[in-house]
Design a binder for this molecule. Structure first.
Ligand SMILES: [Fe+2]
Length: 307
């Protein structure tokens, strides 16, 4: 076999090696037939046969790898589907939990003038402010779920005070204030982070930044942040809602009061965050409009306060 033929064998092998490197088949390259040529030197024939065997093995492995890759892709798709289903289930559960909280709180406050819309607005205002203050998603969610329970302690206030149409006298007012400590008492000792935040909010949502609030006259940052946030949400909603003793104030007027009370009733940082999401606050207000819900007449009739 001439040197020229040997050179073409080596060049052919280099080309075949390159094809194998690119993942192409080189197993059936006509070059390997030269190994059976009686004029092919023994070493060259062995090299050709060894190279062809290597190509067979490499191609076999590539096929195995491709089918493993296809299996993994399929598994990945199944995992993505499962993840999607799980996340939908979690969302449904979260929605059901929030609705359960709203309905239980509504049951607890059934005789009060607060409606389910008030509870929903108040919790969404609180969560939106917490988000705009850069608090973590976890804390925002905790505040969303915990804030509806802020007035749960009203269940412990006698009807003749809770339903009194006129102004409360000082003694009655002192009793009314205890809805904070009663609420905290109802919620205390829970292992759930949400209920622990709810306890904090129930206890501190009537504290004031300048120390003139209740039940403990806490001042500034001694008041837990969720309580400072809930305070603005609660007051804004009370001002912009109709009550038996007042009409609903226009939003602008309520915003002015909040601004004026910055540094007095409210934490200035929370006020700033509240104003930073003014449009979002108005969107929440529109979304959770008051319905015509009122406690049925028999309920009111049976609990008419005797003054
Ligand atoms: Fe309250």
């Amino acid at each position: 076999m001439s040197e020229e033929v040997l050179n073409s064998i080596f060049k052919g092998l280099i080309a075949a090696a390159k094809r194998v490197t690119r993942g192409e088949s080189a197993r059936k390259d006509p070059l390997f037939a030269l190994a059976e040529d009686p004029t092919c030197p023994l070493l060259a024939a062995e090299l050709l046969r060894a190279f062809q065997s290597m190509c067979v093995v490499v191609e076999g492995r590539a096929t195995e790898l491709n089918s493993e890759l296809a299996r993994l892709r399929h598994e990945n798709q199944n995992l993505a589907l499962t993840r999607e289903k799980l996340s939908e289930a979690v969302k449904r559960l979260q929605g059901a939990s929030l609705e359960t909280i709203y309905r239980l709180v509504l049951a607890a406050e059934y005789k009060d003038e607060d409606t389910s819309s008030h509870i929903q607005r108040m919790s969404h205002y609180s969560a939106a402010v917490a988000r705009s203050m850069g608090l973590s998603d976890k804390t925002v969610d905790e505040i969303l779920y915990a804030s509806p329970m802020h007035d749960v302690g009203k269940i412990g206030i006698p009807d003749w005070i809770l339903l009194k149409p006129g102004k409360l006298d000082p003694g009655e007012w002192e009793i009314m204030k205890t809805h904070t400590t009663i609420g905290a008492g109802i919620l205390e000792g829970s292992n759930s982070e949400i209920i622990r935040v709810a306890e904090v909010i129930a206890l501190s949502h009537h504290e004031r930044w300048d120390g003139s609030g209740y039940p403990f006259a806490l001042k500034e940052e001694d008041i837990p942040l969720p309580g400072r946030i809930a305070a603005i949400a609660d007051v804004f909603d009370a001002l912009t809602s109709k009550r038996p003793y007042k009409d609903a104030w226009p939003s602008d007027r309520a915003f002015s009061v909040i601004e004026k009370e910055s540094g007095r009733h409210f934490d200035p940082n929370v006020v700033e965050a509240f104003f930073g999401i003014r449009e979002e606050i108005l969107t929440i207000k529109r979304k959770f409009k008051d319905t015509d819900f009122t406690p049925p007449a028999f309920w009111r009739d049976n609990f008419t306060p005797e003054i």
